[in-house]
Design a protein around this ligand. Structure first.
Ligand code: HEM
Length: 533
């Protein structure tokens, strides 16, 4: 096309450009057209990414109308979720009624959620049962990530569960554990329910730490029995699949009566907390302290009440939050620790070679004419490896406590919607054959070289979780587990009742437990009966 065609257009150029000849005007015009094309291309590009499709939801089984995938859920949820990995890969979507559930089954994606996008995922989707049990979700476990949660967590970790605070109340753990050993001694030759006894021991330790100096004697013993029943019922309800959680619009109907049952339990807990607080305040007014074991240490209730009175106005600790904290300690710390000790005892009884090595280590470090003290546990590397192996093969919270993103984000290249419920299958990751040799075998030796630790930095092994929401009670769990197991193994040779076989099957729940409770017979190993007092 001749440039003459453009002469009328060139004539409309602004005055300074009129000095140019027609060829120069042509070159300038083509630059102008080029620039326009470039701008148009950029606009298209920006617009495309704005209107472009977001990445899809992770793959998953086909949902049915209304119920989604609820019909295909298996009660052994951790095993069912692990089976989904084989078909759909490490991230998978499940429609739980109207809720989106996302199942994560690989270390790389667990890291994306718990480390790379920790602040977004450090939230919880509070269940109807959780809300009812904890004064509307006012405890550490359910409070959303933010200043309130930070304050509660600080109170819990710094003032109640730090290594130094726990060391200062060793006498309480010792007293309770010695009572349990003495009970087993009196039952020598008879069958005892291991889980039940460990639960009572841990519960007594925790409630003693909470208000040990507040109630004593008979009243304390009967409170223990009542708590045991209530905590078991509560964890059972936490693990019950609840229609109210899958169809939030139907929550008010409480179709399965979960909220109603939880209300009754929560009320009973509240009455006990109120009565403890009342007693403690009366004692404080009369100037009495002490935790019932002859030490000048304050019990946690005293510490919390003091914090409540002193709390800074910007971030006060209310009475309701104080009681919710008590609930976290009683419910969060008991089943987890007791069930882990029970699994450990079952695995050890199933492996005479492991039992022998443990006994040898204890004989060398403690001696057969001595009793185990908590100070010994630092010198028991094989016992430590046993604890780590139990936590690998039977993690107390197999799906952690489900996390919930506060905004829609991308994980593993897929969209994870805001408000979805994230199940991280730590149970499956810790049995993944591509990470672990002979993953289903109980082999404490794999932990002897200190290669793996559970501090939350290794996404192949994180039984306590990772990131901001990592378990607040690790120091307490370690002490209770190591000290209890060492004492049980050192003091007794354990036998199964005649005709019984060991069953290591798990039963899924928010806290994993043994399907068949471990019943065993204690046979004293130490010749001096005073070592059982
Ligand atoms: C063997 C024993 C225990 C195991 C395996 C265990 C494991 C866990 C796990 C996996 C979580 C959830 C982490 C997450 O959501 O990512 C958790 C949370 C928690 N644990 Fe433990 N736990 C144990 C014992 C204890 C004890 C003894 C206490 C206190 C007395 C405790 C208090 C808590 C609390 C308060 C939370 C909630 C933390 C938060 O949401 O910020 N746990 N635990």
């Amino acid at each position: 096309m001749s440039l003459k065609f453009f002469i009328p257009l060139f004539d409309s150029f602004p005055w300074p450009l009129q000095e140019l000849n027609i060829e120069q005007k042509g070159v300038l015009f083509s630059y102008f057209l080029g620039l326009l094309a470039l701008l148009y291309f950029l606009w298209l590009l920006i617009n495309k990414s704005k209107n472009g499709q977001p990445p899809p939801l992770p793959p998953g089984p086909k949902p049915l109308p209304l119920i989604g995938n609820l019909h295909s859920l298996d009660p052994e949820l951790h095993i069912y979720f692990a089976s989904l990995f084989k078909t759909y890969g490490p991230i998978c979507t499940l429609w739980l009624g109207r809720k989106v559930g996302i199942v994560i089954t690989s270390p790389a994606l667990a890291r994306e959620v718990l480390k790379d996008q920790d602040t977004i995922f450090a939230n919880r989707d509070v269940t109807a049962a959780g809300r009812e049990a904890t004064y509307g979700g006012k405890d550490i476990t359910w409070t959303p990530y933010g200043p309130k949660w930070r304050m509660l967590r600080k109170v819990c970790v710094r003032d109640m569960l730090s290594g130094s605070t726990l060391d200062s109340v060793y006498a309480l753990r010792r007293k309770e554990l010695r009572q349990t050993i003495s009970y087993f001694y009196n039952q020598k030759g008879l069958s005892v329910n291991m889980g039940e006894q460990m639960f009572l021991t841990v519960l007594n330790v925790i409630t003693n730490m909470l208000w040990g100096g507040t109630v004593k004697g008979e009243e304390r013993a009967s409170l223990g029995a009542e708590f045991r029943h209530a905590v078991s019922e509560m964890t059972e309800l936490f693990g019950t699949p609840n229609v109210s959680d899958f169809y939030p619009g139907l929550e008010w109907l409480d179709l399965q009566g979960v909220t109603k049952k939880m209300k009754v339990l929560a009320k009973r807990f509240d009455e006990i907390f109120e009565s403890m607080i009342d007693k403690r305040q009366k004692l404080d007014r009369n100037g009495e302290i002490g935790n019932g074991v002859g030490q000048e240490t304050k019990d946690f209730l005293q510490v919390l009440l003091k914090l409540k009175d002193e709390a800074d106005a910007k971030m006060p600790l209310s009475m309701v939050e104080l009681k919710a904290l008590l609930m976290d300690m009683v419910v969060g710390g008991t089943d987890t620790t007791a069930n882990t000790v029970e699994f450990a005892m079952a695995e050890i009884m199933n492996r005479p070679d492991v039992l022998r090595k443990l006994q040898q280590e204890l004989e060398t470090v403690v001696g057969k004419d001595n009793i185990v003290e908590e100070s010994h546990i630092q010198q028991l590397p094989y016992l430590y490896a046993v604890m780590k192996e139990v936590l690998r093969i039977h993690p107390a919270l197999p799906l952690l406590v489900p996390h919930c993103p506060s905004e829609t984000c991308t994980v593993g290249g897929y969209t994870v919607p805001k408000g979805s419920r994230i199940f991280i299958n730590v149970w499956a990751i810790q049995r993944d054959p591509s990470i672990w040799e002979n993953p289903t075998e109980f082999l404490p030796e794999r932990f002897l070289d200190d290669k793996w630790d559970y501090s939350g930095n290794d996404f192949n092994y994180f039984p306590f979780g990772s990131g901001r929401r990592i378990c607040a009670g690790i120091a307490m769990a370690e002490r209770m587990f190591m000290y209890s197991l060492a004492s049980l193994i050192h003091s007794f040779a354990w036998k199964l009742p005649e005709g019984e076989t060991l069953d290591l099957t798990e039963k899924f729940g928010i806290v994993l437990k043994k399907k068949v409770p471990l019943v065993a017979i204690p046979v004293p190993r130490l010749s001096n009966p005073t070592l059982y007092e």
